[in-house]
Design a protein. Structure first.
Length: 512
């Protein structure tokens, strides 16, 4: 049998399951750039350039290993623009009699695969994506009897399963599972950050950059300078650089935000992991070795491993466990439109402007910026989750629906009513003031709730607490917030409501 083996854009791993048992003489590997995938949201130009360049380099590596590869470029004249039609065309043209796939990262595509079982003329095999450390069925089994689902318990099981940071007697190294409390330091004055490595740009990347410039120039985001790693070797260099120079500070300042500093001590590895150039297990092992050789403290190493072995696998489990209903959940009935400042229009809120600017420049911002600035604002202002999710899916180079949706709809917007998080991550301007230097440059005052200079996050925070009382008051983790709200006199409550209404009106008029 001659098989076609389709590799999607985020399946760029030599160990990908659809290549298992491949016959180099007869089987064909297919990869294709299609407009349908490149435009279902307005992806950031850096994201598209990174993905296409990484794909083209991966195809070249496969050819060098003497696999037969069909690579369809976006501007190839015969490219019909969709995965359906391209797969059907290649199957027919090359008289292939089997299609072998690895399960995709998005529900949308898994539905497509189901459809192909009826529409294509050849049998189809779909293999598990074994790069993840917890399979979809294993997560579902774990989740079956656990209510509520909490990352911390899942993470402990994963630590035991892979014996990462574990003592021989089955206890966690250092005696604790989680060192998060040590990882919330605000930024210090005069912090310095090791220089990031850069990669030489070759003709493949140059060709892709021209293509993206021509075809996607209207999309939000800056294409140049383009500095992403696009091969496994380059991605490994990034990983080693992180382990050697940054991991030792990663934990302490994980939540800090600094104006003009997009990366701090973060790894910037999510894009490479999600596309398949790096594997989660190898990063966990590298971090563990860094700890064992005394090069980074336990709070930093455990914090990093928890993000990958815990959060990353947990969000994927949540996605596949609750889709397709998950995508349309809107527990708080949030319905306002996404303000234009998310797409780079001016705003007087410095924190938002800065996070959006960093996003525009790098197709990246770190977790706390995504969660506590742009995410928190959308939560407090009651923005429609569908619009917010589309924004996150478009603007970050690491964004695929399996990881973006639970983080945005669940963690940031509480749209799933508590599946991902035990309470909303709602915070006033005081949090941003404590964890960043953004407020120093802002025309608003984080210490004021009322008046012209008042930080919009403050009145919007109380308005959020007030208007969602029926849904949130019963939650024990919200007792503190409701205790404080209850202590406000009724005229103060009225003033806060009016102030918030005014800011929401300004937001709708694009003058906030
Ligand atoms: P680091 O801070 O260095 O963390 C190390 C690694 O841990 C990351 O590379 C990533 O692989 C993993 N990780 C950390 N937190 C999470 C998490 N919550 N979920 C999954 N993996 C995690 N991450 C994505 O990969 N794609 C997304 O589309 C995405 N969308 C997000 C949307 C929102 C609203 C929020 C709050 C978070 C989102 N995240 C997403 C999670 C997280 O913000 C990014 O993984 C992280 O910022 C990537 O930067 P880094 O590689 O420097 O991460
Ligand atoms: C995000 C993306 C883009 C921009 N382009 C392509 C493409 O041209 N070809 C492709 O195979 N995949 C692309 N992707 C990724 C898919 O949209 C989808 O998110 C993943 O393949 C899911 O596994
Ligand atoms: Fe953001 Fe408020 Fe601080 Fe301005 S004062 S930067 S709006 S938190």
């Amino acid at each position: 049998m001659k098989a076609l083996r389709l590799i999607l854009n985020d399946q760029l791993s030599m160990t990908i399951s659809c290549l298992n048992g491949i016959d180099k003489n007869s089987d064909i590997i297919m990869m294709c750039e299609v407009m349908e995938e490149a435009s279902y949201v307005p992806h950031h130009p850096k994201k598209i350039a990174f993905l296409f360049s990484a794909m083209r380099h991966f195809a070249k590596d496969l050819e060098e290993k003497e696999y037969k590869v069909i690579y369809v470029k976006l501007d190839d004249p015969q490219n019909t623009g969709t995965l359906d039609s391209e797969v059907a065309r290649v199957l027919k043209d090359h008289k292939l009699d089997l299609l072998i796939l690895t399960e995709p990262g998005e529900w949308r595509l898994s539905e497509k695969y189901k459809l192909w079982q009826n529409t294509l003329t050849v049998p189809i095999q779909i293999h598990e994506d074994n790069r993840f450390l917890c399979s979809i069925s294993e997560f579902q089994k774990w989740a079956q009897y656990k209510k509520p689902l909490r990352m911390e318990y899942f993470y402990r099981e994963m630590r035991k399963k892979y014996s990462i940071l574990m003592e021989q007697d089955g206890t966690p190294v250092g005696g604790k599972w989680n060192y998060d409390r040590e990882n919330r330091k605000p930024p210090q004055k005069n912090m310095s950050f090791p220089k990031r490595i850069s990669h030489k740009r070759d003709w493949i990347s140059n060709e892709v950059i021209h293509l993206v410039h021509d075809r996607f120039e209207d999309n939000f985001g800056t294409l140049e300078p383009f500095y992403y790693a696009v091969t496994r070797n380059q991605a490994l260099k990034e990983a080693r650089h992180f382990m050697d120079k940054l991991l030792l500070f990663f934990g302490d300042y994980q939540d800090a935000m600094i104006s003009g500093e997009s990366f701090l001590y973060h790894s910037l590895l999510s894009s490479y992991l999600n596309v398949g150039l790096l594997l989660p297990i190898e990063l966990c092992k590298m971090a563990e070795v860094t700890y064992l050789s005394g090069k980074a403290p336990l709070n930093c190493v455990e914090g990093f491993i928890r993000q990958i072995l815990g959060w990353r696998e947990f969000v994927r489990g949540i996605y596949w466990n609750f889709m397709p209903e998950y995508a349309s959940m809107n527990y708080l009935n949030s319905s306002r439109s996404l303000p234009a400042f998310y797409w780079g229009k001016p705003t007087r809120m410095f924190c938002i402007e800065e996070c959006v600017r960093q996003t525009k420049d790098h197709a990246y911002s770190h977790h706390i910026q995504r969660l506590m600035v742009t995410g928190n604002f959308a939560l407090l202002a009651g923005i429609n989750p569908v619009e917010v999710c589309e924004w996150y899916l478009a603007v970050y180079s690491d964004a695929y629906e399996w990881v973006e949706l639970p983080n945005t709809l669940g963690m940031a917007l509480f749209g799933d009513g508590g599946i991902m998080a035990s309470k909303p991550y709602a915070a006033s301007g005081k949090y941003i003031h404590r964890m960043s230097n953004f407020c120093e440059n802002c025309r608003y005052d984080p210490n004021e709730t009322l008046g012209e200079a008042a930080c919009p996050f403050n009145s919007l925070y109380w308005d959020f607490i007030d208007r969602n009382e029926d849904k949130l008051r019963g939650n024990p983790r919200m007792n503190y917030a409701y205790g404080n709200w209850d202590r406000f006199k009724s005229d103060k409550k009225t003033s806060i409501r009016l102030q918030a209404a005014d800011y929401l009106k300004q937001m709708a008029e694009n003058i906030l």
